[in-house]
Design a protein around this ligand. Structure first.
Ligand code: CA
Ligand code: CA
Ligand code: CA
Length: 301
């Protein structure tokens, strides 16, 4: 009798467990379907952003349909031929989204990130080279570059933006510009030969920079202004932290804090060399950002 009662109790316990699990799975399923983000892939192009066709499966044609570049942007699937076009789609998702470059390529144009809420991630897969190269000349000019920015981040404070493993070069102003109330993390990016500033942070923006290399900013043949140029520049009411990052070869300042607030920018474990001036308004800390000691506090983060 006792064994029978124990067996019945076990069956009831199992049934309850299954019911609970089913509800959790159902709940998770519903939650997922409500909060699912847009997830888009970007194909490469054999280094030619103007190319639109190739032998299927070659030249970065990830989905094997023979279309790359502009033709891939317009065929109605979730694979795109440019980061710019994929980002435009993600901007309209209230939950944000992920744009992943899955085969190497060169891309031109200014990527714009806007929108409210959710996280937006632009990234290249490990081992993939995603190069935003804005070296196209303006029509009729041999000096000006066509696109002032590599990526413009002006989203709301409720949308967090992540840039990962992307390369930006030959932008006529700033490779990465974060402004307004935007919040962003820049991780593992390479910025080379951008004419005024590598990373520009202004307004109320907050930016975390890590494992990034900023070379030869403010060093190009046009729009060179050593007084305003910088590798990484914080201005207005912005703030941020810089960690395990190299800034070198800047004609202006390597890392500049022009906010007027000494506690607005924290630099920890940075490698800064061969800039006309390595630091302006920034004293690298020997403590991790966010850690207060020796009377110094970083109240902004
Ligand atoms: Ca394709
Ligand atoms: Ca497509
Ligand atoms: Ca396709």
């Amino acid at each position: 009798m006792k064994a029978q009662i124990q067996s019945t109790a076990k069956r009831i316990k199992s049934a309850l467990l299954i019911t609970v699990c089913a509800h959790v799975i159902l709940f998770l399923g519903v939650t997922y379907s409500v909060s699912a983000q847009t997830s888009l892939l970007v194909e490469g192009n054999c280094g030619d952003p103007a190319a639109t066709s190739t032998a299927p499966g070659t030249c970065g044609d990830y989905d094997g349909d023979g279309r790359i570049g502009g033709a891939e942007n317009n065929d109605g699937d979730k694979v795109f031929g440019s980061i710019y076009e994929a980002a435009n789609v993600v901007n309209f998702d209230p939950n944000g989204g992920i744009v992943s470059v899955v085969t190497s390529g060169n891309f031109t144009g200014q990527i714009n990130i806007s929108g409210r809420r959710g996280t937006v991630t632009l990234q290249a897969a490990p081992g993939v080279q995603a190069i935003v190269d804005n070296s196209l000349l303006l029509p009729g000019s041999d000096t000006n570059l066509e696109f002032p920015l590599g990526v413009s981040i002006g989203s709301s404070s409720e949308r967090y933006v992540v840039l990962r493993n992307l390369t930006f070069r030959y932008c006529s102003f700033s490779a990465i510009s974060v402004f307004g109330d935007a919040r962003a993390a820049i991780e593992g990016c390479h910025l080379e030969n951008n004419d005024d500033v590598g990373i520009s942070v202004s307004g109320n923006a907050r930016v975390t920079i890590s494992h990034t290399k900023v070379f030869a900013s403010n060093n190009g043949q046009s729009a060179v202004n050593a007084a305003t140029g910088a590798g990484i520049l914080f201005s207005n009411n912005s703030s941020g932290s810089i960690f395990q990052t190299t800034v070198s070869g800047t004609r202006g300042v390597g890392i500049a804090n022009r906010t007027g607030r000494a506690d607005a920018v924290c630099a920890y474990l940075v490698n800064v060399f061969d800039n006309t001036t390595n630091y302006q308004g920034v004293i690298p800390t020997s403590d991790p950002c966010g850690f207060s000691s020796k009377g110094r506090t970083f109240s902004r983060y």
